[in-house]
Structure formats: C-alpha cells, structure tokens
Ligand binder design. Structure first.
Ligand code: TMP
Length: 202
C-alpha cells in the first residue's frame, strides 16, 4: 500500500500556503488520512535545522554548508515522517521539497550537479507523485512577503535565476510537475488543482 505524495513549489509569496489549506479541507472532506508538512522542517530535528538555515544573522553561511543542511533536514523528514506516512497509505502534502534544492542551491547558488547527488542520498527514492509549481514573477512574490527571512532578502537577480530554473524543471519533468498560473484568484487556482487531483485519485 502506498499513499500519495504531493508537493507545492514556487517563489515565496506565490500563494502556496493558502492553497495548501484549501486542499487540506478537500482531502479531509473525502475522508483521506492526511499529513501537511513543510521543508525545511516537518520534524523536531528538521525544524531546528530550519532555524539555523533561515536565521537572518547567519550571513556568513557557506553555500555547500547550506545545501547540506537542507539535505540533512530532508533526510530526517523523509525517514521519520514522509516515508512511514506513505507506507501507511496516507496523503502527504509538503510545502517545498527536493525541487527547491535543485533550483535554489543547484542553480541559484551555482552548485550544480552535486545538489542532486547529496539529495539522492537524503530522499532514498522518495519522489512526489505530483508537484504543483506556482508560477508568479518573483518580484511580485517578494513584495507580498511580510516577515522576510535570510533567503527572502537575497537580491532579485538570485530569485530570477531560481524562477527560471523552476521553469526549466517544469519542461524536464512534464509528467510530474504541473505549472499553475498563480496570478489568478484563490478560487480559480483551487478549482484547477482540484480538477487535477480528481484525475490523479481515479
Ligand atoms: P519558506 O518556508 O518560507 O518557503 O522558506 C524557506 C526558504 O528556503 C525559501 O526561501 C526557499 C528556501 N529553500 C531552499 O533554498 N532550498 C530548499 O531545499 C528548500 C526546501 C527551501
């Protein structure tokens, strides 16, 4: 038995969290056993790693150290929470997952292929069934954020590189990554996601 693993990706401020809340209600109404989680984070240890990564004071953080910390948080998250839940047949909805590392560390920080290698170790074959990619101009997304963390404060050029990397991933994995025009109303976006999920659940 295996549940469904669904991830949400996209620039900060793209409206992922609002849609995750609505999708939670959708699955609950259908009687699914559901877990909502996030990265970096999701477990006690991974949340501690999150605090280290996002601390506005940690301006000297080395890019490799940063990539390894994301992967370490993910390894704990996959083994402690995601994998067991999927094995029990649950639906796991995760705000960001390994695609974030591919685009933010691999492309944004220019670390390239080694990001895939370290994350292959971390995720142990656990890949999402579907990934909703929220597409919005990163500048607009950034303006919507209230409390900015260390990464939100990066220059807009960084966020543009990241966004273009997302668009590249969408082309590379069309079967898994579903692009969502995040510039529309909350209801319109929710309807589109729901329609897609109906097909998936069949
Ligand atoms: P968020 O929880 O507000 O989305 O913040 C997490 C930040 O961390 C966000 O700017 C994206 C970034 N991030 C990475 O750079 N790599 C990763 O692997 C993940 C999961 C997030």
């Amino acid at each position: 038995m295996r549940g469904y693993f669904i991830t949400f990706e996209g620039p900060d401020g793209s409206g992922k969290s609002t849609q995750i809340k609505l999708i939670k209600e959708y699955f609950e109404k259908k009687g699914f056993d559901l877990i909502i989680t996030r990265e970096p984070g999701g477990t006690r240890i991974s949340e501690k790693i999150r605090d280290i990564i996002l601390d506005n004071d940690h301006t000297e953080m080395d890019y490799i150290a940063e990539a390894l910390l994301y992967a370490a948080a993910r390894a704990q998250h996959v083994s402690q929470l995601i994998k067991p839940a999927l094995e029990e047949g649950k639906v796991v909805i995760c705000d960001r997952f390994v695609d974030s590392s591919f685009v933010y560390q691999g492309e944004g920080r220019g670390l390239g292929k080694c990001v895939k290698e370290i994350n292959d170790i971390a995720i142990r074959g656990c890949m999402p069934d579907v990934t909703f990619l929220f597409k919005i101009d990163p500048e607009i997304g950034n303006m919507r954020i209230k409390n900015k963390n260390r990464l939100d404060m990066e220059k807009i050029d960084y966020h543009r590189i990241v966004y273009n990397a997302y668009l590249k991933l969408e082309k590379e994995y069309p079967d898994r990554i579903k692009g969502i025009d995040a510039g529309r109303s909350i209801d319109e976006i929710h309807e589109e996601i729901k329609e897609y999920l109906e097909k998936l659940l069949k």
